[in-house]
Design a protein around this ligand. Sequence first.
Ligand code: HEM
Length: 357
Amino acid sequence: MAEPTESDFRKTSGGTCSEYFTKPKIIRAGPVIATVIVRVTYGSYLTDEDDPCFSIPMQTMSDFSTAAVPGDFLVKFFPVLRYLPKWMPGAGFLKKAEEWGKNQYDSAWMPYKWTEDHMSIIITSCKRLQARHTFLVLSALLHERGGNLSPNEKHNLVWSTSAVLGGGLDTISNVKLKLRSTLYFALADRPSLPYIRALVTELYRWRTAGPLGIAHSLNKDDVYNGFVIKKGTIIIPNVWHMLHDPNTYPDPMTFNPERYKGLDTEMKKVTDLAFGFGRRACPGYHFAQGTIYSVIMTTLATCDILPPTNADGKQYIPEIEHSSGTISVPSHFDVRIKSRLSRAQELLHDVLSKERM
Ligand code: HEM
């Protein structure tokens, strides 16, 4: 059997890159939508063959964020538009879809091909934990099978690891503490740190990573609050409102971990919304939680987080803006992070100098 091609992929995959996942109708509405959506997640080409982790451009994530907004491309609602000739005025989206689809295809296969060629190298140089994780998963599986995978197995592996990689890039960086560190605390401490659990929960609630979730469509008729909602109706969940309803979360724009009163049942109400619903809910939930907890616990245990200072040396609290789009990401803001322990300082310098190399 020949290696699957881009057009095979377009036939089989309607949505978020892995055919393991079932697809909502809105995303299945046509190959053009698929290519627009799939252009998305995981970056395009290698700029440096020896270090593929550097080559996963965040630009691609931001394009996903734009492309996945329901209603931004008319073709999502009128799939027949995909048959327009490319030269026709107004059909620029076809060119875009083609380009995005190709990028997506190439970038999904890139980690696999790179891993196949570099099986003997332990990947320690990857900047992003997500990227490192992906390459390690790929190499472990390839190693286990002695490099022998059927084309179909390869295809599945490529798209599912690529989904894991992309799913965690912008979402995790939304959680704002971007400090990377090798000094990870044991996650075993988590049960005894209710305030940290509340703090992380408040981060999810306060500036929701996916303010309008992901659009889905009903697979059967439903009734909600006396309204009949027909099968096929597109549903856009207003997660932002649910997490900022003043009746549930008084003074919703104030960052206040104490609002949960240390109750995990209350915190779960937030994560049940922030990570999506039903069978398409985020499969990276535990991975995300583990990563975010580790970074936050490590940072708090070793560093002071201080407001920036202005030209007069006075401290101020910066305004934090967020991008719009499917995934909302904070823009740059200043903060001072001072390590309290000399050992932590050494480790941080070590990590940062490696990253600059
Ligand atoms: C703070 C971190 C994260 C947040 C807030 C988040 C949130 C979400 C949300 C809201 C969805 C859409 C669910 C729906 O359709 O209703 C989703 C889907 C998804 N997430 Fe995450 N996510 C995070 C981290 C991750 C990580 C770390 C991974 C991978 C390791 C990941 C992988 C995925 C995948 C593959 C999907 C698509 C699932 C599908 O369509 O069936 N996510 N995520």
